[in-house]
Design a protein. Structure first.
Length: 420
């Protein structure tokens, strides 16, 4: 009887998909209006006040249960279907970047804001405006079909994916810390990200590790100032720093099993001294760590501490060293990936679902996917007549979205929910 049950379920669900398919077509123009409004009015991380109000107004008009002020500016809506079924979560991030837009659009951003005590341009240079508009559309489609929905949906509009400013907390980690999944925990969470390096109509997806864990570190090497002509009278933090930088390169090249997962340790800035004949008191450095395995991450942290402290000791210098832990590895749950990959094939075509390779960028969707099984995919948004490998990438002031591709994101999220 089992094959007959499956057949009956398929027959019963088919009319619902046909109705929703028309809803998707009908909502495209409205979705693009939402996206353009959001693009023209971007807000930085933890400052998404107008964006949150815009989303809240739409969700309440749909009759959803809406919670605001989650992790400062986050908005979460709940839609309970008329039929029993699983709880699923869908996530969109809302924040923009301190980037001055250089794209010739009628709705280009001219917004400025204060960032690190400087006045900067603000732009949706990573496409979070499209994520919000897509999820607003998905929420409306399922709200219009609530009578046929079997289960409950959480629509998560998340602030501060790009990182909370200064010493503030924010993003997915804070939403969970505040109890987002305490009262109603989803069986799975779905998310997407528009991606300039894929053409429209293409989706990027891989099972297992997908995006890197990211940490940054701050290092101050403290010596003893002296005249450059008499280095023996001081402790040279510049020489010590040079030895630390060289020694740290052995962490990945000699101490990390790169057959397990790749890793990167990079120094991004170094500052010390002011004059050619004065050995300074100290040198400061900052850098980043990227990897795709949490055990490897721990090993790198240990090696950094070990090398920095012992090289400094050998040179009679002291150090102030701090690792600021960032987002963990973004992992697509393997079982969920097997279950839902046919859905992506259905929406995009099997030949258009590609493995983008490991991406050393990071995503705080990882916190959601560490709490419940997660599925995160990339949505191509570069026109098919362009070489996607050559266009300005996400975070560029020239970043541009092929709006015709956004409907694919709506179709994919809707189909993932229905098929699950």
């Amino acid at each position: 009887m089992k094959p007959i049950i499956i057949l009956l379920c398929t027959i019963m669900s088919a009319p619902l998909w046909a109705d929703i398919q028309q809803n998707i077509i009908d909502i495209e123009a409205q979705m693009l209006d939402w996206r353009r409004h959001l693009h023209q009015n971007p807000e930085l991380s933890n400052r998404e006040f107008k964006t949150a109000a815009y989303v809240e107004k739409h969700l309440k008009a749909l009759g959803l249960e809406v919670q605001t002020g989650v992790a400062h500016t986050g908005v979460v809506a709940t839609l309970k279907g008329a039929k029993p079924g699983p709880v699923l979560a869908l996530r969109a991030d809302m924040d923009a970047l301190p980037v001055t837009e250089q794209v010739d659009l009628s709705f280009a951003s001219t917004v400025t804001a204060e960032y690190r005590d400087e006045t900067v341009g603000v732009m949706h240079a990573c496409g979070h405006d499209t994520h919000v508009a897509i999820l607003m559309a998905v929420a409306e489609i399922f709200a219009n079909n609530q009578a046929d929905l079997a289960g409950t949906l959480l629509f998560i509009f998340q602030p501060a994916e790009e990182g909370a400013p200064g010493d503030e907390e924010g993003g997915a980690e804070l939403m969970l810390a505040e109890g987002l999944f305490n009262d109603i925990q989803p069986e799975a969470v779905f998310g997407l990200h528009v991606w300039a390096n894929l053409n429209s109509g293409v989706a990027g997806f891989r099972s297992g590790p997908s995006m890197a864990a990211v940490d940054d570190f701050e290092l101050k090497v403290i010596g003893k100032q002296t005249h450059g002509s008499t280095p023996w009278n001081g402790v040279d933090p510049i020489v010590t720093t040079a030895q630390i930088i060289n020694s740290v390169q052995t962490i990945v090249s000699r101490k990390t099993n790169i057959t397990k997962a790749p890793a990167v340790v990079s120094f991004g800035a170094i500052k010390g001294g002011i004059r050619n004949n004065i050995i300074p008191d100290d040198v400061t450095m900052v850098g980043t760590i990227r990897n795709f395995d949490m055990d490897t991450r721990d090993d790198i942290h240990h090696s950094l501490n070990h090398i920095i402290n012992h090289v400094a000791l050998a040179n009679e210098a002291t150090v102030e060293f701090k690792i600021n832990e960032g987002y963990p590895v973004t992992v697509n749950n393997p079982e969920l990936a097997v279950k839902m990959l046919p859905t992506l094939h259905k929406v995009f075509g099997e030949q258009n679902v590609v493995d983008p390779g490991l991406i050393t960028g990071a995503e705080d969707f990882s916190y959601f996917a560490n709490t419940v099984p997660g599925l995160f995919f990339f949505l191509g948004i570069t026109p098919t007549d362009q070489d996607a490998s050559q266009v300005p990438s996400n975070h560029s002031p020239h970043f541009k979205v092929d709006e015709a591709a956004l409907l694919n994101g709506v179709k994919a999220l809707v189909q993932l929910v229905q098929d699950y």
